[in-house]
Design a protein around this ligand. Structure first.
Ligand code: FES
Length: 130
């Protein structure tokens, strides 16, 4: 079973479906994994009901971080922002389907951290504070 998931991770790393940038976008946020400095940026477009119509990520990182960003963004298309706010670490780990140690866990959860920060509007908050 693990092998199947590993193949899926490599495939999403090598052939990402959701990689790119959205200009204009409704939400955008970028952050890094403090352990390695790898960065991910996520752009989202939503419709009038706050449902995600388009999503894209950009950045550099290891296979786990890039594959999890790709899988995560694929999984949120059509969801509304409130549903995205409720996504958990377990949801991302289910998408990846493999056991991960603590360092690899940070890689896997980088895109979730960026996504949640984006939808919670931290970018606007930071702008207001600077
Ligand atoms: Fe940097 Fe995985 S090694 S995100």
């Amino acid at each position: 079973m693990d092998d199947l998931y590993r193949e899926q991770i490599i495939d999403h790393f090598k052939n990402p479906r959701m990689k790119g940038r959205l200009e204009p976008h409704d939400f955008s946020f970028e952050d890094d994994n403090p352990l390695c400095g790898d960065r991910v940026r996520i752009d989202l477009r939503v419709d009038e009901n706050n449902r995600i119509t388009e999503a894209a990520f950009d950045g550099e990182g290891c296979a786990i971080s890039m594959a999890s960003a790709d899988l995560l963004l694929e999984s949120i298309l059509g969801k509304d922002i409130e549903e995205v706010k409720k996504l958990s670490k377990e949801d991302v780990l289910d998408l990846l389907g493999i056991e991960l140690g603590p360092v690899r866990l940070k890689c896997a959860l980088l895109s979730l951290k960026v996504l949640k920060a984006g939808v919670y509007g931290l970018e606007e908050l930071e702008e207001e504070l600077t």
